[in-house]
Design a protein around this ligand. Structure first.
Ligand code: PEP
Length: 254
């Protein structure tokens, strides 16, 4: 089986000023100094990206953007492109987060264009997928995840999957304190890996990393990370505090 390096990613959403970000790293970086054999990623707001890159240079931490537009430039007020991210050496981006889908109305077609634009510009993308509570209760989870994967990845060549990770984030578990059960997580992740295998083959499926997101905390991360098809966590609320996120990064010690 392919070795998949665990990834612990923080999504700060619309939290933290530049000064608050600096204060976070002052505490956080010494706490993760001795961390090896895993990727640690933090996605602050756009305005923090450049300073965050400078602050974490030479450490285990990588900086990601929380979103980007699919076009390189144009009349898209308030948007940021892959070219702009690359111009400040950002090479990671989260795409299709449920808040982008549900609050800002992004659909699978737009997200697919972003995924393609990201890889074409040398960015690695975390594509977020996940069902709502109504969809789960209606027994539609598998169908929704397959459809989001099908549409979100449909512009990619098989060779481009090297730069893709998938984050399974049940919408009902994001920011609610209600984590999906271990069985629910493993089932969904198994389905995602199977989908990738059917689409582009076993080698890619064994290689691709699948993150879980939805109320991950220091107290539950170790059990979640121990699941067969979980290769990482995407963390919102519990990533805002440096001690809490450091504890998540060092999940085996919890
Ligand atoms: C997220 O924003 O991707 C997330 C999973 O948030 P939380 O950890 O707060 O549920």
């Amino acid at each position: 089986m392919a070795e998949r390096i665990p990834v612990l990613a923080a999504n700060w959403k619309m939290h933290k000023t530049i000064q608050e970000m600096e204060a976070f790293f002052k505490v956080f970086l010494p706490l993760v100094e001795d961390v090896h054999h895993r990727e640690v990623m933090i996605a602050p707001s756009f305005i923090c990206l450049k300073d965050a890159r400078r602050i974490v240079a030479g450490t285990v931490v990588r900086i990601a953007a929380q979103n980007m537009h699919s076009e390189e430039e144009g009349a898209f007020t308030g948007e940021i492109s892959a070219l702009m991210l690359r111009s400040i050496d950002i090479d990671q981006v989260i795409l299709g987060h449920s808040e982008r889908r549900h609050i800002f109305g992004e659909d699978d077609e737009f997200i697919a264009k972003k995924v393609k634009a990201a890889v074409q510009h040398g960015l690695s993308a975390i594509l977020c997928i996940g069902e709502t509570l109504e969809e789960r209760e209606a027994g539609l989870t598998g169908k929704i995840l397959s459809s989001q994967l099908d549409l979100g990845l449909n512009q990619l060549e098989a060779t481009e999957y090297d730069n893709i990770s998938i984050a399974y984030e049940p919408v009902w578990a994001i920011g609610t304190g209600q984590t999906a059960s271990l069985d629910q997580i493993q089932e969904a992740h198994g389905l995602v890996r199977k989908f990738i295998e059917e689409r582009v083959g076993e080698a890619v499926a064994q290689h691709i990393r699948i993150l879980y997101g939805g109320s991950v905390k220091p107290g539950n991360v170790r059990q979640i990370m121990a699941l067969e098809d979980v290769d990482g966590a995407l963390v919102g609320g519990a990533s805002l505090d440096p001690e809490s996120f450091a504890s998540i990064v060092k999940y085996e010690e919890n």
